[in-house]
Structure formats: C-alpha cells, structure tokens
Write a protein that binds this ligand. Structure first.
Ligand SMILES: [Zn+2]
Length: 352
C-alpha cells in the first residue's frame, strides 16, 4: 500500500480538532504543521481534516508526521519531529516512530500500534470483574447484552461492597451496600447476567493483595470463563476528571494477576486444589478504560437495554438525562472510529 505524503499547515480550528479533548492530545499542543500520509492519491478534500470526512476517506487513523516545532515552553519543546498515529475521533494517539531529535525520551516512550482483535470463537462463558456495583454497566453493559444475545453465559464478580458511593449523610455504609447489592442484581437481570458474586471488600480501600488474587483465582477456576472483562490497572493521567479510582486500579491489577499465571498454574494457591478447583486458562481479556483500544463491539441494538440496566443503579446518579446522553455519545464516538453507528472499545489481550 503506497503512502503519499502531503505537507499541511493547520488552521487554528483544525488544530483544535486534532487536539479536541481526549487523552494524549496534549502531546499535540505545539503542532501547527503536519505531514499526512494517505493510503491513496491525495486531493484537496483529504486535507481539510474534518473528522467525519477524514474517517470516511482515510480510515479511522491518520498517520501524521510533525514537520515543524514552532515554539517551546520553558525552553523545552513539548514535541519534536516524528511520526504519529492519531485517532481523531476518540482522541487517542500513539507515537509510532521518532526520526528526529527526541527531547522527551524519558516521558514519551514509543507505543506500538496494536493489532486489531475480534472476540474469540467459540465463546461460551464470560466473567466481568469489577470494583463497584455499576462499574460493569458503565464500562460494558451494551457489550454484555450483546454477549448474552449471542448465547454466552455471563457472570459478575464485584470486589468491593460499594459502601462509600454516596454524599447523603443519612445513609450508612452498611445501608448503602445493601441497596447496591439489590441494584446490581436488578441490573444483571436486565442484561441477562447469571451469577453475581460479591467479595465484599470495603469500598475505597482495596489493594491488589494475594488474598484478593486468591479470591479471584477461586472464582475463575470455578466459573471457567474463556473471556474476562477487566478494569484497567493503569492510572490515566490525561485530564480525565475521574483520574482512575484506586479500587479500579487494584481490581484491574489483581484480575490480570489472577488470570495469568495464577489461575492457569496448579502450584499457585495449591490450597484451591483441595477445594476441587483445577487450573483454568482464560483465552481473552477485554480491558475497559485502557489508553489504546484494539477491539470494538457493535452495540447499536443493545443501547436501550444497556441504559435500562444502568438506570437500576438509582442511588448513583441524580441527573439521568446527562447519564443517558453521555452513554450514547461515548458509543457513537467509539463507533465512528471504526465506521459503526455505536460501539464499545476495549483493549483485547489474547492468551496462548
Ligand atoms: Zn467504580
């Protein structure tokens, strides 16, 4: 596939589009000129950088090379010449090569582009591991509904009791935890989820301990899912106002550590063998909230069901309209990146 380079100096408005509100985009704040490599002979319409047009005509990822570094802040250029892959609509960006001088070698390690994955097949059982009642629905409700519609059995494992998710001084942690167990069961029923396991660790204080890992291994070996949907163990430092809840980081780390190698290798937690729990090999992990995505699940037909499930978590929001708008917008944005009307995006990891 021949690449045709085109030098383009961006107008202010176009720079804003490239920057447009998403993680990683601060890396582009000094970009005023780019070189676009198109997969076809370029013409003027390719250079407008209108996101919808660019996606339609160039595919979801524009490869750009920074041709000029017009200014520096604090005597250090934030950004040097080099090639970048920019996903305009989701705002995720990764550096793919650095032919020029790299003044940010320490803070901007190269990130390889990820190979696109699909869901494994055959797929009979999935497990969603998350921190608080409502995380599964906020992260993956439509995908879960899609899996159930395909005949996949989906179970839930919730690590904490969710007992701190309120600003109401009249509610105790115990009362809230009880409410949220019921809300979680109702949401699971809307989606067609089977078992909901509550480990009951205190909300807000979770650590990726060996006890937590053992608990996760126990249920992985018991439920034997081929697919696990997991939270990301990586803190996002991209301006996202949620930063990354510490419980999500701990659950993500413990989940990945439980999948590999502990659930797979029989000498990890040998006491579980005494419980009759033989090793189990998960084949695919879908990480929610990761910096890069390489798997998209089409969810247009599942959005209403997903919203109905989310609505079961009545203790967790005051402004339902805002929640609905955010969910629909995120699905639309994720879908646009790959030419679908609505999608959920994940980092997929395949295990041998
Ligand atoms: Zn949460």
């Amino acid at each position: 596939m021949g690449k045709a380079p085109v030098n383009v100096v961006l107008e202010q408005e176009q720079r804003d589009l490239v920057r447009g509100g998403g993680h990683g985009l601060h890396l582009l704040q000094d970009v005023q000129a780019v070189r676009i490599f198109t997969d076809q002979a370029p013409d003027a319409t390719h250079l407008a950088l209108d996101p919808a047009q660019a996606v339609e005509q160039l595919g979801p990822i524009l490869r750009v090379a920074v041709a000029e570094v017009p200014f520096a802040i604090g005597g250090r250029a934030l950004h040097t010449r080099g090639q970048y892959a920019v996903r305009l609509l989701t705002g995720s960006m990764c550096r793919i090569s650095e032919p020029g001088r790299n003044v940010n070698r320490d803070t901007m390690p190269p990130m390889p582009e990820l190979e696109r994955h699909e869901l494994i097949a055959p797929l009979e059982r999935a497990l969603v591991v998350f921190s608080h009642p409502d995380d599964a629905e906020f992260g993956a409700a439509a995908t879960i509904a899609s899996l159930v519609a395909r005949g996949v059995r989906v179970d839930y494992l919730v690590t904490t009791d969710g007992g701190k998710g309120t600003a109401d001084p009249a509610v105790t942690s115990e009362q809230l935890a009880t409410t949220r167990i019921a809300e979680q069961r109702a949401a699971a029923d809307v989606l067609g989820v089977g078992e909901v396991v509550h480990l009951g660790y205190p909300d807000g204080y979770l650590q990726p301990t060996l006890d937590l890992r053992r608990d996760l291994v126990r249920h992985l070996r018991r439920l034997r899912p081929e697919l696990v949907i997991a939270q990301s163990p990586m803190r996002r430092m991209d301006g996202n106002p949620y930063i990354s809840h510490p419980d999500h980081l701990a659950t993500g780390e413990a989940t990945l550590a439980a999948i590999y190698p502990a659930a797979r290798d029989r000498l990890n937690f040998p006491e579980l063998l005494d419980e009759g729990l033989e090793p189990w090999k998960v084949r695919q992990v879908l990480v929610t909230g990761a910096e890069q995505a390489n798997l998209w699940v089409e969810v247009q037909a599942q959005l209403d069901t997903a919203l109905a499930a989310l609505r079961c978590h009545a203790s967790q929001f005051d402004d339902w309209d805002a929640v609905e708008e955010r969910v629909r917008e995120r699905a639309r944005e994720a879908g646009e990146a790959v030419g679908l009307p609505a999608a959920q995006a994940f980092l997929s990891i395949l295990l041998d």
